[in-house]
Design a protein around this ligand. Structure first.
Ligand code: ATP
Ligand code: MG
Length: 764
């Protein structure tokens, strides 16, 4: 045992070691980025298991993303092997879904409940606003759902809100009505929205002490990573879980002192205030948990000194913070590279070129990441990356599950799993088109209400509505199909249920038959979804339909579970938290993007944006690239962009500046100068006199037209002309079909790899 103990502690500094070994009710580890907070949590879990102080089932570890959870599980597994199975390492949301699936029946839900993502919530809210005629008061699905979400993060429900609301104010009264209708609709649909997952678990624990006691007795250790970003609801959940269980009347429940709690965090990395994250949770930890031990870590193991100095200089500009002394033994490392591009595309080209250089010099693609503030910035990056045949993957907020056809297909599955889910049923009622119009939908809905039936049961009774025979038959056969699906569920396979539903409903067929070329791609997406169900079955041989639905809703809403081996990772700065890469590109370091223009009106907004920049910088281990553009296409227009105020907070000598070769007065080597809103000159180029349309300035570089060279025959030795790179000779062609890649040596532009299908090339 002593030998394994030393193995677990190997390489740790004294403070880290203390953090692994401390045993008490509450422990707070506060430290700057890259100081080993997450590593210490992982070792602590391993140490508890190894010393048999806890069974795996007695440990609950909360991470910020699914990816972080998977990593932590893997690392604990590597340290202690089999002994780690059965641990709960998950995000707040997944932990709560697990609890709710088991316990939902205690308070009027079934275990098959649906999880509404934000777009589902908005559809529902939109309907309610319309029904109540509240649109004239300026209510929109966007502002209503934001407000409801905020309230739920504060654990306010409609009743507590209404008690304090000024009901004489028509706006307040209308909001309360909408909130109430929304809450009722969720309950009737046997559904939780994303915020409910946490809020309702807290409610469940408070309302049913015996349920809470089950978990309070079960978990002996609760550990939370990224504690600075917990909101009030999450904080309350942790409090409930670590409370000593209330004594049962007949004392059947053995009592424990409550789980011991370990939290780690860095207030400089708090970036979720807009979702109600409350920095006070970390600042007031010692007050909340009297007797708590606090350990500070000061050595950074991730980044070079140059990167760390840049990060420290930036964050030092925030007030109201404790200064931390982070140091590293790694050495200065290379300078940070700064690049001022002419446009977002030029910037993206720089990023792609530098990535190729890093890759040729031995950095694997998977150790490189590109960050941006807003999702809109991915368009230019993707265009250039695809053309450069650079393998990349966009992490977080997978768009796949937001596609209409995927939502349709999922709607069938959800309707089978949770027949109370009226939202899902109404979505598929006339998709594909089967002649059930809005009037029929309303008639069904009324019929259900008038007769105290669920919408699903009303469909079964469609014959009683006195509709035409064609419509009646359409409803009845859909109803029969759903019953068939439900019967299949009982037999097991998710993939069979899925393919039966999308085939027999005619969903796939209608897309295949369509003349819209996009529909073919949509049909393929549904095939892809069926492939996802098969993969799920392989990974979870005992998995049930609800497990699949859970996985989909959590992955779709949070982050990508896919492994990113061999690809460059693209993600927003928010998604980047906790991760690390050898080389990091921070793009769009401009006013209005970082700080984001929306942040100006928020109290504490610019300080929070600075923390976001700090988070971005501190992800880099060896190389950091900061880039910006002089003009940026945003909201459909190309506008002059100004360097971010935060750039000047980095000591100039740490950055080596480069400039687009295409720029008029390229002097290179200069730091973009002080911000001035009225300024039209940028390092000598007068932007006021320069046309700002990208097409003019970058001839042929970006066209909106979709190119398809799929049929172009190319072989080694062929000469080609590229619209940007000029003439070159093909050295070899690799890959097949749509993925054929030409390796080309250009006369002046050097060596490039091009995806033949879409590259702007012609054969000479
Ligand atoms: P963040 O604030 O960004 O979440 P963190 O404090 O959680 O950072 P970790 O991710 O745990 O930091 O660690 C940063 C890097 O330093 C990791 O690569 C980790 O393996 C390494 N590291 C941590 N402690 C040590 C150590 N004692 N010796 C060597 N490497 C270490
Ligand atoms: Mg961490």
């Amino acid at each position: 045992q002593e030998r394994s103990e030393s193995r677990l502690l190997a390489g740790l500094n004294p403070q880290q070691r203390e953090a692994v070994l401390y045993r008490g009710q509450a422990l707070l580890i506060v430290a700057g980025a890259g100081s080993g907070k997450t590593s210490v949590l992982t070792r602590r879990i391993a140490s508890l298991l190894e010393n048999r102080e806890a069974w795996p089932s007695q440990i609950l570890a909360i991470t910020f993303t699914n990816k972080a959870a998977a990593e932590m599980r893997e690392r604990v597994g590597a340290l202690v092997g089999q002994a780690s199975e059965g641990m709960w390492i998950s995000t707040f949301h997944s932990a709560c879904v697990r609890i709710l699936r088991r316990e939902a029946e205690n308070f009027g839900f079934t275990k098959n409940f649906t999880i509404y993502d934000s777009s589902d919530s908005r559809v529902l809210i939109k309907r309610i606003i319309k029904e109540q005629g509240a649109d004239v008061l300026g209510f929109t699905p966007g502002n209503v759902s934001a407000k409801i979400s905020k309230l739920k993060n504060e654990l306010a429900d409609v009743d507590s809100y209404a008690r304090n609301a000024n009901m004489d104010d028509p706006n307040e009264a209308a909001f309360v009505q909408i909130f109430r209708a929304y809450t009722r609709a969720l309950t009737a649909a046997n559904a939780f929205d994303f915020d409910d997952l946490i809020g309702q678990t807290v409610y469940l624990f408070r309302a049913f002490p015996h349920v809470a006691a089950t978990y309070q007795n079960r978990f002996k250790h609760v550990l939370v990573d990224e504690y600075q970003d917990t909101n009030h609801a999450q904080y309350s959940l942790i409090r409930e879980l670590t409370r000593p269980p209330a004594l049962d009347d007949n004392a059947l429940i053995t009592t424990s002192p409550g789980a011991s709690l370990t939290v780690v965090g860095d207030s400089d990395q708090s970036i979720y205030a807009f979702r109600g994250a409350d920095i006070r949770n970390i600042v007031e930890f010692e007050r909340d948990f009297p007797g708590a031990k606090v350990i500070l870590l000061e050595q950074n193991y991730r980044s070079t000194q140059n990167i760390l100095t840049a990060a420290n200089s930036v964050i030092a500009n925030n007030f109201d913070r404790k200064d931390k002394k982070l140091w590293t033994a790694v050495g200065d490392g290379e300078k940070i590279v700064g690049y001022t591009g002419y446009s977002g595309h030029d910037e993206a080209q720089f990023v792609a070129d530098e990535i190729e250089k890093l890759h040729s010099a031995g950095t694997p693609y998977s150790s490189i990441a590109v960050f941006y503030r807003t999702n809109a910035q991915t368009r230019a990056l993707e265009e250039i990356f695809i053309r450069s045949a650079l393998p990349y993957r966009i992490m977080g907020g997978t768009k796949f599950y937001e596609r209409a056809e995927i939502k349709d297909a999922m709607g069938y599955l959800v309707s089978v799993a949770n027949p109370q889910d009226t939202l899902a049923l109404r979505r598929i009622l006339n998709t594909p088109k089967r002649g059930i119009g809005p009037a029929t939908e309303t008639a069904l809905f009324r019929f259900a209400e008038d007769n105290g039936l669920s919408f699903r049961d009303a469909m079964r009774e469609a014959a009683a509505l006195g509709l035409g025979p064609k419509v009646t038959n359409a409803i009845l056969s859909l109803s029969a199909l759903l019953d068939e699906g439900a019967a299949l569920v009982a037999e097991g396979k998710v993939s069979e249920v899925m393919s039966t539903l999308v085939t027999k409903s005619g969903l796939v067929e209608s897309l295949r038959r369509s003349h819209d070329p996009q529909d073919e791609a949509r049909a393929e997406n549904i095939e892809e979804l069926i492939a996802v169900t098969k993969e799920f079955e392989r990974n979870n041989p005992d998995g049930e339909l609800v497990d699949f639905l859970t996985e989909v809703s959590l992955v779709a809403a949070a982050d990508d579970l896919d492994d990113s081996s061999g690809t460059v990772s693209l993600m927003t700065l928010h998604t980047a938290k906790g991760l690390e890469y050898d080389a990091v590109f921070l793009t769009g370091i401009e006013e209005d993007l970082l700080p984001h223009r929306m942040s100006a009106s928020e109290p504490g907004g610019p300080a929070e944006e600075r923390r976001l920049f700090y988070v971005g910088i501190t992800r880099a281990k060896k190389r950091l690239f900061l880039s910006l553009a002089m003009t940026r296409a945003q909201y459909g227009e190309t506008a002059v962009a100004m360097p971010s105020r935060y750039l000047q907070e980095i000591p100039a000598e740490l950055i080596e500046w480069r400039q687009s070769p295409g720029m008029a007065n390229s002097r290179g080597g200069t730091q973009p100068r002080a911000l001035n809103a009225n300024r039209t000159k940028w390092n000598g180029t007068d932007l006021a006199t320069k046309p700002l349309t990208e097409k003019r300035d970058w001839p042929n570089r970006i066209t909106n037209q979709v190119r398809d060279n799929g049929a172009l025959e190319l072989a080694a030795g062929d000469r080609i002309r590229h619209s940007d790179f000029g003439d070159g000779r093909v050295q070899t062609v690799t890959g097949e079909g749509a993925k054929r890649i030409a390796h080309v040596q250009f006369e002046s532009a050097g060596f490039k790899k091009l995806l033949i299908k879409i590259a702007p090339i012609e054969k000479l």
